[in-house]
Design a protein. Structure first.
Length: 348
């Protein structure tokens, strides 16, 4: 059965990036945009910008909510996967703890930044629609003409807060890079016979990590050439979280249930190999491995294997009707004290 959190994360990432691509196409086809007027903080240009933002507010909010939910659902399987790959905390603990920490940090940063932007956008659109932004200067200075300082101030504050969100989003790509690089390292350093995930799957994760690193670099460099590097960052992000990351999560949804450890029941006369978690029958009594003292010899011959043997002890009726112990104590453990006869057992 597929893991539901992986499916939900893949679906949210896919739909959120479809909406982002629609927003990018609309923004690219704006007829009123003029970069020179944008740099001059031209009031008429700023009015058109805010009208465009108001028309696309619902689309922006939907993409924002879906992206936040995508990160939340992404956190659950990544933490489970890091726990399974660490074999319950006994293998490469630092690597798998780092995977979980970066997943937590990326999710926390995404959710907090989206909540902050929700509140900020709500206030900014309220100011844009309800407040006086045309006449701020006294009449004797403006001579009765609109100074439009409010529009310039509104746009300046909006750009400053949006720049903060750009860096938060850039750090999320760093988190994805570290997560998938460490996942690749964890699986690649396992013995081929003991790998929980196929190498083809973690190689796709490695490509996701490389593209995330490229997206981070494009986010940093966009202030050198905003249009070019913004387009490159959006295309890399769309390829990453529109195609590769959902594909990885769907594949993980079928692999993750197989990695969850199952409870083991120790039955009569069986040996449990705690390292490989496989069950093998105990050797018969007549074989060399079944002789007393052979457990210590076997342990010396294979020091890397830890075994636990459970042997049943059956009571034997001795002369006089008194129950005694017929099973000998293991050679590697302390000799058990003999069972004292029950005074009432002589009545049998």
């Amino acid at each position: 059965m597929a893991d539901c959190s992986c499916i939900l994360a893949a679906l949210c990432f896919f739909v959120a990036n479809v909406l982002r691509m629609v927003m990018f196409i609309r923004r690219y086809n704006r007829q009123h945009f003029d970069f020179e007027l944008f740099k001059q903080f031209d009031p008429s240009f700023i009015r058109e910008q805010w009208q465009y933002r108001t028309d696309n507010l619902l689309l922006y909010n939907a993409a924002t909510v879906l992206n936040a939910f995508a990160w939340f659902f992404f956190l659950i399987p990544i933490v489970q996967l890091s726990w399974c790959l660490s074999r319950g905390g006994f293998r490469q603990v630092g690597v798998h703890v780092a995977i979980a920490i970066f997943a937590f940090v990326g999710t926390f940063g995404e959710v907090i930044s989206r909540l902050l932007m929700f509140g900020f956008n709500g206030v900014m659109y309220w100011i844009h629609s309800e407040f006086e932004l045309d006449r701020w200067l006294p009449t004797n200075i403006s001579q009765g003409q609109p100074d439009e300082l409010g529009w310039r101030t509104l746009e300046l504050v909006f750009l400053a807060v949006e720049g903060m969100q750009v860096w938060v989003n850039a750090f999320e790509w760093v988190c994805l890079t570290v997560i998938f690089f460490l996942l690749f390292y964890s699986v690649a350093t396992q013995a081929p016979s003991q790998r929980e995930l196929p190498m083809s799957m973690v190689r796709v994760g490695l490509v996701i990590g490389v593209l995330s690193l490229f997206d981070f670099a494009a986010d940093v460099l966009r202030y050198e050439d905003w249009r070019l590097f913004s387009s490159l960052a959006l295309l890399a992000g769309a390829l990453n979280t529109w195609i590769l990351l959902p594909s990885f999560l769907i594949a993980l949804s079928f692999q993750l249930p197989k990695l969850v450890p199952k409870p083991i029941t120790i039955e009569h006369n069986e040996t449990i190999d705690l390292m490989s978690m496989t069950r093998t029958p105990a050797p018969p009594a007549g074989t060399p491995l079944g002789q007393p003292g052979s457990a210590a010899a076997a342990a010396a011959a294979a020091p890397t294997t830890t075994t636990t043997t459970v042997t049943a002890h059956a009571p034997v009726v001795a002369n006089g009707g008194v129950a005694a112990t017929a099973a000998a104590a293991p050679a590697t453990g302390p000799t058990p004290s003999p069972i004292q006869p029950d005074p009432e057992s002589s009545l049998i």
